[in-house]
Design a protein around this ligand. Structure first.
Ligand SMILES: Nc1ncnc2c1ncn2[C@@H]1O[C@H](COP(=O)(O)OP(=O)(O)O)[C@@H](O)[C@H]1O
Ligand SMILES: [Mg+2]
Length: 293
């Protein structure tokens, strides 16, 4: 694995609580985790990764590289075949399921594996109610979460009357309503139009601003470069490259990125040609192009 540049934690001091969340974000450590599915498919090989409280981390990689398998280890949905997953130094194996549910919220890649209720509001209320939230506090959580994903007007709708992209946003709202200090989003931008991607981007920046840890899988390299402080690149069940977006999308890393079947984002390529670095702002790119550099 290649570690590029600094991977500083978020600006929020470790251990701080934030208003909306029930607990402080724990540190997360994957200690040489390997995982094979029951049919023998080896999906993770010796993954070592540490994520500090308040970090925002994007996980990228080709389909089948093990991204979903990795994040399913963070809330105990999957247990390592060998190795350990530690939250604040404590093995997830010995952490009670209910406590884990209050710490790590995971929005599934496929919303239809997550959604089950007959009403949007009931779907979103389920998680926080399980955490013991009741009455006006519960209503407020449901309202706020639906507002955040642009579904406030759909509280009474049957989830299956929503299109795929809005079912994905609903699955995201269900997790947001739990206000867990760790938010894990499996391909939240897949299938979203520009407005949906904008909503997801705002969710990520608000959560990160609140000091929560945000971990998201995405194929949208622009979203990744713009919204995360750290990028983890996976290939064939291994972490092959990681670092801040400036480094991972920087020209020196392109061969390794391409070996993982990923293309650097267009702004990174244009930025390199124009001498603006790997994460230029759109304004800087436009100015340089207009100036004919
Ligand atoms: N339930 C499963 N049973 C057997 N193999 C699986 C299962 N889920 C995923 N896999 C396999 O594990 C590997 C990693 O899959 P996954 O973690 O879903 O990758 P990604 O999220 O990066 O697309 C792939 O080879 C995939 O086919
Ligand atoms: Mg996946």
């Amino acid at each position: 694995m290649t570690a590029l540049g600094s991977t500083a934690a978020g600006s929020t001091p470790a251990g701080s609580t934030h208003a909306g969340s029930t607990a402080a974000a724990p540190s997360i450590e994957l200690d040489t985790v390997s995982f094979a599915y029951p049919d023998g498919t080896r999906a993770l090989s010796n993954v070592a990764l540490r994520i500090e409280p308040g970090e925002s981390v994007a996980i990228v990689g080709q389909n089948g590289s093990g991204k979903s398998t990795l994040v399913r280890h963070l809330n105990g949905l999957l247990r390592p075949t060998t190795g350990r997953v530690l939250l604040d130094g404590r093995d997830v194996r010995s952490t009670h399921v209910a406590r884990l549910a209050g710490l790590v919220g995971l929005a599934f890649q496929n919303p239809d594996r997550q959604l089950f209720a007959g009403r949007v509001s009931a779907e979103v209320a389920f998680g926080p109610r399980n955490l013991g939230v009741r009455g006006p506090a519960l209503e407020e959580r449901v309202r706020a979460a639906l507002e955040e994903v642009g579904l406030a007007a759909e509280a009474s709708t049957n989830p299956y009357d929503l299109g795929y992209s809005r079912r994905k946003l609903l699955a995201l709202a269900s997790v947001l309503a739990m206000r867990t200090p760790v938010l894990v989003l499996d391909e939240p931008t897949t299938g979203q139009d520009a407005r949906g991607v904008g909503l997801v981007r705002d969710v990520v920046s608000r959560a990160a601003g609140d000091g929560r840890t945000v971990i998201a899988i995405s194929h949208d390299m622009r979203f990744v470069a713009e919204s995360f402080r750290r990028v983890v690149v996976m290939r064939e069940g291994r972490v092959v490259l990681e670092g801040p977006p400036e480094a991972v999308f920087g020209e020196a890393a392109w061969p390794e990125l391409r070996a993982a079947y990923l293309e650097p984002p267009l702004p990174a390529v244009a930025g390199a040609r124009l001498g603006l670095g790997a994460t230029p702002t759109e304004a800087a790119l436009v100015a340089a192009l207009v100036a004919g550099n």
